[in-house]
Design a protein around this ligand. Structure first.
Ligand code: NCD
Ligand code: ZN
Length: 346
């Protein structure tokens, strides 16, 4: 039985670091685990210009402890009136690594999102030309589509068409939750990849209703049936270069989660790698953790793999019920559970 594993330092290809006081609480957790992270732009107001992304990047670096070795990779929040030239300049200047498509009103702070992909075709054409990845929150927002079907319907209505229209566009289908998404990504060309979160690998939709309503298991896209979770575990551990790590760590204060209308988002940054390692171990696939966590992402983005290494050991630790800092109380994913893997701190 393998009891320690050393891999290249991983990256997180999808994280919400927030801003202000919350940023100072949560950013150090991500920087401790990951060398780089794709930073979601859904602040209020959203990050839509290179200038605002550069300023946000500076705030992230200022929020980290001295000596942190962490690079935030910034993204542009696409709106209906996004400008192809501005985005291409931001990319050429090294400020924007990618651009993010939120369908309008799909999730937290997405009111400014895109109402119809047709509105941003000139931007997407330019991104295809310059090789800039499009990151997609893949859910339709129509109230008449059942919430558990929104990802599958997005594939049918939006993604299938988009890859026909722009066959060379690099697309990351983010935080996939369904067998339909796995099939879509598997069938598409090498320019289409997907991230998978720790929570969608560990929980199915029952977790939201275990003995009562469980707001800390609620995120978007919402967890689906068990058959979908099993398809995600198979995809993540398959060895396919199309799947890589993206936590979608999305912290909200405890009172915003435990509310009559609780926010979507699971805060998994503190134990993200331990959570993935436990899952790969359960699937007898620890030898594939490094590709998923540290190699497939940089290869897709055309970036070098990290040179540093990180070691995990088999030693169980209980995840705390809450994390408190700077007046905030956050409930981490796996709160109160035992995880069998720990990062060995040097
Ligand atoms: C995210 C958030 O809170 O910003 N929530 C979530 O459930 N994942 C938004 C998002 O990425 O959908
Ligand atoms: Zn997200």
């Amino acid at each position: 039985m393998t009891d320690t594993i050393t891999i290249r330092r991983p990256d997180d290809w999808h994280v919400h670091l927030r801003d202000d006081a919350m940023l100072t609480v949560v950013a150090p957790f991500t920087a401790r685990q990951f060398a780089r992270a794709i930073i979601m732009p859904n602040l209020s107001p959203p990050v839509t210009s290179a200038a605002s992304a550069a300023a946000y990047r500076d705030r992230i670096m200022a929020a980290l402890p001295d000596g942190s070795d962490f690079t935030p990779l910034m993204t542009c929040y696409l709106t209906d009136d996004a400008n192809a030239d501005d985005i291409a300049v931001g990319h050429a200047e090294g400020i924007f690594t990618a651009a993010k498509l939120y369908p309008a009103n799909a999730t937290t702070n997405s009111a400014h999102g895109v109402t119809d992909v047709a509105h941003i075709m000139p931007v997407l054409e330019r991104m295809q030309t310059i090789g800039m990845p499009l990151l997609v929150h893949g859910e339709v927002t129509d109230g008449d589509i059942d919430i558990f079907d929104r990802e599958a319907v997005f594939i049918e209505r939006v993604l299938e068409k988009l890859i026909r229209q722009l066959p060379g566009l690099k697309i990351v289908f983010e935080h996939i939750t369904t067998v339909q998404a796995v099939q879509f990504v598997d069938r598409a060309g090498p320019n289409v990849a997907a991230t998978i979160t720790p929570h969608h690998l560990h929980i199915n939709r029952n977790a939201m209703f275990a003995g009562g309503i469980r707001p800390h298991a609620y995120c978007l896209p919402v967890a689906k049936r068990e058959q979908h979770r099993l398809a995600l575990r198979k995809a993540a551990t398959s060895g396919s270069a199309k799947y890589f790590l993206g936590t979608d760590s999305a912290p909200h204060e405890i009172h915003a989660k435990e509310s009559a209308c609780g926010c979507a988002g699971i805060f998994n940054a503190p134990y993200a790698l331990e959570s993935y390692a436990a899952m790969f171990d359960e699937e007898d696939a620890l030898d594939r953790l490094e590709a998923f966590a540290s190699e497939n992402g940089p290869r897709f983005y055309g970036l070098p793999c990290n040179e540093g290494r990180i070691t995990l050991e088999r030693r169980s630790a209980v995840v705390p019920q809450t994390i408190e800092a700077s007046g905030s109380t956050l409930v981490p994913f796996h709160a109160g559970d035992e995880l069998d893997w720990r990062i060995v701190r040097s």
